[in-house]
Design a protein around this ligand. Structure first.
Ligand code: ARG
Length: 468
């Protein structure tokens, strides 16, 4: 189906648009994604116009019928959305008018594409956030399940990528759970701020028709209306907040990808990605590469780029609307697509990877219990600083003898400090080390189990909320 070429704004123009300008100006190639929310907005607008007498009831119904048909045609791919139509807002109006006749031209009364696009984006954003937090919830469930299954697994914990202290693998897993909780909170907070209906702002000064904005808000599922017409058409904070939250989220996933990639190397062998989440090499037959995690890490770059891109577009722009703002859509859509996929791929990789308990425990180096040894002396009444010195010397001795700390004999311990007694043996095990750290937030078994229980509780509350 082709349209008449005449542009809605053609009245003032004598010349036709240069082809390259038309192509440059058009957003229909990407804002077609907004067609459903654009039509939803127009339905509410049609009803609001009838309520103030701009449309008769008969005209309203004819337009509503026409909008249904436009939606069906676009959904079925029957409408050619070509550059000459400029954007989705004009495409819908042009096609509507072809279907219902000149009355279709009444729908834009008191509305501008400036408030229309702000509305469409907020409606679309609502779905984007819904889909994002659902995927976060699904990843969180994968993590809780994994933390439960591997509660016995003790591994080296790292600072500076040097072995530091033994930790539970589940403690490491739960670290990501709590990061995701903050990420989720950022998306949900952003949704609350974006929950304001901009229609009625017109181009910038407000509509000259007394449309009932509260009615529009309730028709479109918003809890309130925007307070200021200038702000409403100039604002893209709602997209910037989504992009910021997405950037932080991707940064979190990326760090875990990095760890898992290192840990799946033959040198570490702590984990193995499932074959279904890996790919092979075209040349080296033995290779199983963690491409899926590498790509989550790599795509973090484009999500950061998208945030930077929109921040840069918005900076220095005079109020209110300028066409620069059309550049908001591609970074936004690309971020939604990327974040949704990254969350799904990451969850799949985590759920199916194997965790090699034996490799993790044999990797614990002979010095990793040094802090526990110092803590032992603290409990015997020595100030921590002094304990640090004593144990530092013991570490040197062990290194010189090529032994693990726990393999030094009591005599050696006692030569370093007379506070050492036979019970020193008890503290020299990784299990004991983690068991000692059973305070809230620690890596002890009960402490981790409490985190897991709190996590499940949160997910259950959300499901109840969604159903209630
Ligand atoms: N396609 C435009 C955009 O995405 C719609 C708003 C156009 N408004 C205007 N005054 N030209 O920003």
């Amino acid at each position: 189906m082709r349209h008449s070429k005449k542009k809605p704004w053609a009245g003032r123009f004598v010349k036709t648009t240069e082809a390259v300008v038309e192509r440059f100006n058009a957003s229909i190639g990407f804002d077609r994604r907004l067609y459903r929310v654009d039509i939803e907005g127009s339905r509410a607008q049609t009803k609001a116009l009838e309520r103030i007498g701009v449309l008769t009831a008969e005209e309203r119904d004819r337009i509503l019928g026409g909008l249904d048909r436009v939606e069906e045609e676009i959904a079925a791919g029957k409408l050619a959305l070509t550059d000459d139509l400029e954007d989705i807002h004009m495409a819908v109006e042009v096609r509507l008018t072809e279907i219902v006749g000149p009355v279709g031209g009444k729908i834009h009364t008191g509305r501008s594409r400036n408030d229309q696009v702000a509305l469409d984006e907020r409606l679309y954003l609502r779905e984007a956030i819904g889909g994002t937090v659902d995927r976060i919830d699904r990843l969180e469930a994968v993590l809780l399940d994994s933390a439960e299954r591997h509660i016995e697994v003790v591994m080296p914990g790292y600072t500076h990528l040097q072995q530091a202290q033994p930790v539970r693998f589940s403690q490491y897993t739960m670290a990501l759970f709590w990061m995701l909780e903050r990420d989720r909170g950022r998306f949900v907070d952003g949704a609350a701020r974006a929950d304001a209906m901009p229609l009625g702002s017109g181009a910038l000064a407000g509509s000259a028709y007394p449309v009932d904005r509260a009615f529009l808000a309730s028709e479109l599922g918003f809890s309130r209306v925007t307070e200021n017409s200038i702000d409403a058409v100039s604002d893209r904070d709602y997209l910037l907040e989504y992009l910021s939250a997405a950037a932080i989220l991707m940064g979190h996933l990326s760090r875990f990808c990095e760890d898992l990639i290192v840990w799946s190397s033959s040198e570490f062998g702590f984990v193995a990605l499932d074959e279904a989440c890996s790919t092979g090499s075209s040349m080296m037959p033995q290779k199983v590469n963690p491409d899926s995690l590498e790509l989550v890490r790599g795509k973090t770059g484009r999500v950061y780029g998208n945030l930077t891109s929109l921040l840069t577009v918005m900076k220095g722009m005079p109020l209110t609307y300028a066409k620069d703002m059309q550049e908001d859509k591609e970074p936004f859509f690309d971020t939604v697509d990327t974040v949704w996929m990254a969350l799904e791929v990451f969850a799949g990789a985590w759920a199916t990877m194997s965790v090699h308990k034996g490799r993790m425990s044999t990797a614990l180096d002979g010095m990793i219990l040094a802090t526990d040894l110092a803590d032992y002396l603290v409990r015997k009444g020595m100030p921590f600083r002094a304990c640090h010195q004593v144990v530092g010397k013991l570490v040197r001795t062990a290194l010189e003898r090529g032994m693990r700390l726990e393999d030094l004999d009591l005599e050696t311990f006692q030569a370093a400090s007379d506070r050492f007694e036979a019970d020193v043996e008890e503290v020299l095990s990784p299990e004991r080390s983690t068991a000692l750290r059973d305070l809230p937030g620690g890596t002890g078994r009960k402490a981790v189990q409490d985190q897991i229980a709190a996590g499940w509780q949160r997910l259950a509350e959300r499901i109840k909320e969604a159903e209630g």
